[in-house]
Design a protein around this ligand. Structure first.
Ligand code: AP5
Length: 218
């Protein structure tokens, strides 16, 4: 299975990917996490990515596509992958389709998690992330068992600088202008399934798994 989780900043892509990738045996690939790891390592790619991310803008397609195509070629993706945060532009989607087609593969399913703008902003303002493994928490909906510590690895939790209200609003603006056209692109390809994203975390996870299982049978 080659599955894409599509949705606005704060829709719950990362939260759901953690919930379902293990259950389904798919490699979880999050473009934002990869860029943050590059920043942490001080690489040239990390410096380029930071200059866009801190403004709430998308990192250029060429750089992003190269990074993701390299990642999906890794052995852990052989049984399938769950993409979180990629593609985000039509150019990225077309580049992904072409790269997969060259290997006789294709995207199986695109799960679009739909959440209202007010709820997105509310979630982003309450989000904390593990500095080590990047698992997201929420002070209201999903608090860690020990305050300030990751349940999975014990890493320190922090608030992402791009979750400030001003940058979060910019990210949403960029999403509506540059990523929303993907909904039409994948609908026309017959691959998009819309998931109601304002249920509780487990309810959304169950709907996503049901959609993936229906996709396997299809
Ligand atoms: P990225 O890290 O991908 O951020 P994003 O897409 O903006 O998505 P988020 O991580 O903000 O949200 P999410 O949907 O994962 O929500 P989460 O699960 O954390 O990208 C960051 C930047 O990197 C971009 O701005 C760009 O600069 C660059 N970038 C990345 N990919 C790129 C690409 N392809 N091209 C170019 N540039 C790229 O949940 C949010 C909060 O809500 C959490 O606190 C969570 O606990 C809570 N929550 C989740 N689900 C629920 C629920 N059902 N009910 C209540 N609360 C919930």
């Amino acid at each position: 299975m080659h599955v894409i989780l599509l949705g606005a900043p704060g829709a719950g892509k990362g939260t759901q990917a953690v919930q379902i990738s293990g259950r389904l045996g798919l490699a979880h690939i999050a473009s934002g996490d990869l860029f943050r790891q590059e920043q942490g390592s001080g690489s040239e790619l990390g410096k380029i990515a930071k200059s866009y991310m801190e403004k709430g803008l998308l990192v250029p397609d060429e750089v992003t596509v190269r990074m993701i195509l390299g990642r999906i070629a890794a052995p852990d993706c052989a049984k399938g992958f769950l993409l979180d945060g990629f593609p985000r532009t039509l150019e990225q989607a077309k580049a992904l389709d072409q790269a997969l087609a060259e290997e006789g593969k294709s995207i199986s399913l695109v799960l679009y998690i739909k959440v209202s703008t007010e709820e997105l902003l509310r979630r982003l303002s309450g989000r904390w992330i593990c500095r080590n493994c990047q698992v997201p928490y929420n002070i209201v909906e999903l608090p860690p068992k020990v305050p300030g510590k990751c349940d999975y690895c014990g890493g320190e939790l922090y608030q992402r600088p791009d979750d400030s209200e001003e940058t979060a609003r910019k990210r949403l603006e960029v999403y509506f202008a540059q990523t929303m056209p993907l909904i039409e692109y994948y609908t026309e390809a017959g691959k998009l399934v819309e998931i109601e994203g304002e249920k509780g975390i487990e309810g959304v996870a169950q709907d996503l798994i049901a959609a993936i299982e229906a996709g396997i049978v299809r």
